[in-house]
Design a protein around this ligand. Structure first.
Ligand code: BES
Ligand code: ZN
Ligand code: ZN
Length: 505
């Protein structure tokens, strides 16, 4: 799908279907229509047809008017005062699905001025473009037959030519944001026989070269030898049975202008390309879809990618710990004890609690670079899904200010996030009689927090740290019209980008 915009006063041109938003109370819609010199016949249909007369612009109302060769699709948006960004997203996504169902439609127009809430045009245009491109995503590369979508989406904006520079920038950023989220979805959806640690690392390297060069980004990839040298024994224990080398990708971004006060944020992502559970093997029902266990790493990479292009004001490091959790005669046996990079010993009582082992060593590594804060993202526990449902993200941390900033960011981007406190008793349950820690609790309760409490032990020097458990929200979010019915959702990328760009996007 192509997305473009037109600065026009007259939207007669260039679309087969024009999607118009209408706030409740018809007068508002009409005054917008009149103000923008829109075709008189639209107004007439709205005023004279019986369907048109019934249309009040209340939320959820639709009015589809075929009109010669140009179709108009009115969407009730409800009260203007209560129209939020998320309403805008859902409207754009639903309307796009509708318009696409008209097979003849090739050029779909969104009339931006008709759905501008009190807010600035810039923000709404960004959200509309981003949402349209997220909605249009599909993962079809393994379909032997696929009809290429020749759809074009045009955003009509009633602004003078001087708006062009701004509009260009907004479109570029919105497209890049959507393509990054879609990249994250692709990585998650890619089957395990097509992506593994080495190919994943190559893919990231290729993407960095293609999109982030000359933008202050450096990449370093550590392999097995380097991880051994770094004594990342917990990470290596997860990789023990793998046919592939473990990879630790380390990306850094330095903004153009820095001072001694420039904040340094480290992102850490769990990248298990497939989680069999190891010798504590998962039953087949739970193992299916464990290709998605790399979503944390894909999420932090996508957020890093957008933040870089948007010229984030912070120094950002991004660490992705990548391996599969496999089974072979070398597989780590439950009861094994390993010394972590930082020196703490861990008894591995369950090889299926592997994400925390990888993250523990990578968090310790990240601490070496003295970031001002660390945010890790991981599909860490089934327990977070039990606790919050599959529609929300669990957030934990050792620093209330950081947690609150992330909560605010998630609220502003409408990505449901719940703060789970890390009470001392969670950690107590992770203490081990014969090692410093064990990798699972004694009882299967409070699993998300116990995993969080475990990770917290590997954060050094009291660096503020937060942990996002996306085991639910990272996958299938079919209830959201801008997410695919099945597969990687790319959720939480927007929250992180918003955070990393200081609320700019
Ligand atoms: N990758 C899983 C967590 C997961 C489960 C993600 C379901 C998405 C959906 C993780 O490695 C895991 O297996 N965790 C175990 C921990 C347990 C052994 C303490 C779990 O949640 O069952
Ligand atoms: Zn596991
Ligand atoms: Zn896992």
């Amino acid at each position: 799908m192509r997305a473009s915009y037109l600065l026009v006063k007259d939207i007669h041109v260039a679309a087969d279907i024009v999607i118009v938003g209408a706030f409740s109370k018809k007068e508002i819609t009409q005054s917008v229509l009149v103000k923008n010199d829109i075709p008189k016949e639209w107004l007439a249909t709205l005023n004279t047809t019986s369907l048109g007369k019934q249309f009040t612009g209340d939320k959820g109302q639709h009015l589809y008017l075929p009109n010669d060769n140009k179709h108009i699709y009115f969407n009730g948006l409800g009260k203007k005062e209560s129209f939020q960004d998320e309403d805008l997203r859902r409207f754009v996504a639903n309307a796009l699905h509708q318009a696409k169902s008209h097979r003849s439609a090739r050029r779909i127009g969104f009339w931006v001025d008709s759905f501008l809430p009190g807010k600035k045009c810039e923000e709404s245009l960004f959200t509309a473009v981003e949402t349209a491109l997220l909605t249009d995503y599909s993962f079809h590369k393994y379909k032997s037959k696929h009809e290429e979508d020749k759809l074009e989406i045009i955003f009509f904006i009633n602004k003078p030519a001087s708006f062009k520079t701004k509009a260009d920038k907004i479109l570029e950023l919105a497209k890049f944001s959507a393509s990054s989220i879609n990249f994250c979805r692709d990585v998650v959806n890619e089957p395990p026989n097509h992506i593994w640690s080495e190919t994943y690392a190559k893919e990231i390297e290729k993407d960095v070269k293609a999109h982030l060069k000359n933008k202050g980004v450096k990449i370093e990839i550590l392999g097995k030898k380097e991880l051994q040298k770094e004594r990342m024994n917990l990470f290596l224990s997860v990789n023990a049975a793998s046919a592939h080398e473990p990879k630790l990708i380390h990306l850094t971004y330095t903004p153009k202008k820095t001072t001694t006060k420039t904040k340094h944020i480290a992102l850490v992502g769990k990248g298990i390309t497939f989680d069999t559970g190891g010798l504590c093997i998962k039953p087949s029902g739970s193992m299916a879809n464990m290709k998605f266990d790399m979503a944390g790493s894909a999420t932090v990479y996508a957020a890093f990618r957008v933040a870089v292009l948007a010229g984030a004001p912070y120094k950002i490091s991004c660490f992705m710990g990548i391996t599969d959790n496999a089974i072979s005669n070398n597989a780590t046996m439950p009861d094994s004890i390993f010394t972590s990079r930082g020196g703490k010993t861990v008894e591995v009582l369950n090889t299926d609690a592997e994400g925390r082992l990888v993250l523990a060593d990578v968090i310790d590594y990240a601490c070496d670079f003295n970031p001002d804060e660390i945010i890790d993202v991981a599909t860490l526990t089934g327990a977070v899904v039990q606790a919050l449902s599959e529609k929300a993200c669990g957030l934990m941390g050792n620093n209330d200010a950081l947690v609150n900033r992330l909560l605010k960011s998630s609220r502003e981007k409408s990505e449901p996030t719940v703060h789970l406190p890390l009470f001392d008793f969670y950690l107590e349950d992770m203490r081990c009689p014969i090692a410093d820690l064990q990798n699972i609790g004694s009882r299967p309760t409070g699993g998300a927090q116990k995993a969080g409490a475990f990770l917290k032990e590997f954060v050094r020097n009291d660096i503020p740290w937060a942990h996002l458990d996306i085991a639910g929200i990272g996958d299938t979010q079919g209830h959201l019209p801008y997410c695919p019915k099945k597969g990687g959702s790319g959720m939480m990328v927007r929250t992180l980008v918003h955070y990393l760009t200081n609320g700019e996007i």
